[in-house]
Design a protein around this ligand. Structure first.
Ligand code: ZN
Length: 245
């Protein structure tokens, strides 16, 4: 069965990334890994995360933090802690990491999915947080479904109208079927979840039966938080990992 692992917002958290890759490997063979941007920024292990991804046949798009770290996004667009983390990251990226980040496209078509960091209309910067906005975005999406990151919150919205009397989106035991309708799906964040659950989030897509499986993985959050503080990054970036927001 063709299986794709979908990762977003890793944010230089190598412990979370390793835990997710281990969990994904334990569930069976993986066709490839799709990365929806923000591999770096906030966390203390940007080069380690990129090296881990380079071992896989990854298809990745650029996130706003990836661009900020290589000087392709104006740091005034980031809040103070995010800008500080971008500057910290820029100063430490290896040349191989710069090469990896520089090669990322804003959007990738992987039928039946469009992969972007933000949204089909604003691929790098737009946050999609409502069903109403997801429907407006359908005309910007040339493929049936869209996979996004950026909000750090797992979510699924319909881009088309649900049939009368039917639920628009039904996630049952963490599984969403894409068979009926057009969907915009966010797997949540590997390295800095913001939905109140500190465990790393990711998703599997099974292409044969068109299902998305939302997954959570426990990892050593305390060690990741300590590495951020020890690296001299803003302390709140460590603290927020413990509460998942
Ligand atoms: Zn992010």
């Amino acid at each position: 069965m063709d299986r794709y692992v979908v990762l977003a917002d890793i944010h230089a958290n190598a412990r979370a990334l390793r835990a997710v890759l281990r969990d994904a490997a334990a569930s069976g063979p993986v066709r490839t890994v799709w990365v929806l941007g923000d591999v770096v920024g906030y966390g203390a292990e940007p080069n380690e995360c990129i090296e881990l991804l380079r071992d896989y046949a990854c298809v990745s798009v650029a996130g706003n933090h990836d661009l900020g770290a290589i000087g392709r996004a104006d740091l005034s667009l980031f809040n103070a802690n995010a800008a500080a983390a971008c500057a910290w990251t820029s100063a430490r990226l290896s040349s191989a990491s710069v090469e990896f980040l520089s090669a990322l496209a804003a959007r990738v078509e992987a039928p039946p999915f469009l992969l972007v960091h933000g949204s089909p209309a604003g691929p790098t910067w737009e946050y999609v947080v409502s069903a109403a906005r997801a429907r407006e975005l359908s005309s910007f999406c040339p493929l049936p479904h869209c996979l996004v990151g950026h909000t750090h919150v797992p979510a699924a919205f319909r881009m088309d109208a649900a049939p009368a009397g039917r639920a628009g989106v039904e996630v049952v035991d963490g599984v969403l079927s894409l068979r009926q309708g057009r969907f915009l799906v966010n797997p949540g964040s590997v390295g800095q979840p913001r939905d109140g659950d500190p465990r790393a989030a990711y998703a599997d897509v099974l292409v044969d039966d068109l299902t998305v499986h939302f997954r959570r993985v426990a990892y050593d959050v305390a060690a990741a938080a300590a590495s951020i503080v020890n690296a001299g990054l803003p302390e709140m970036l460590g603290a927020r990992l413990r509460v998942g927001c």
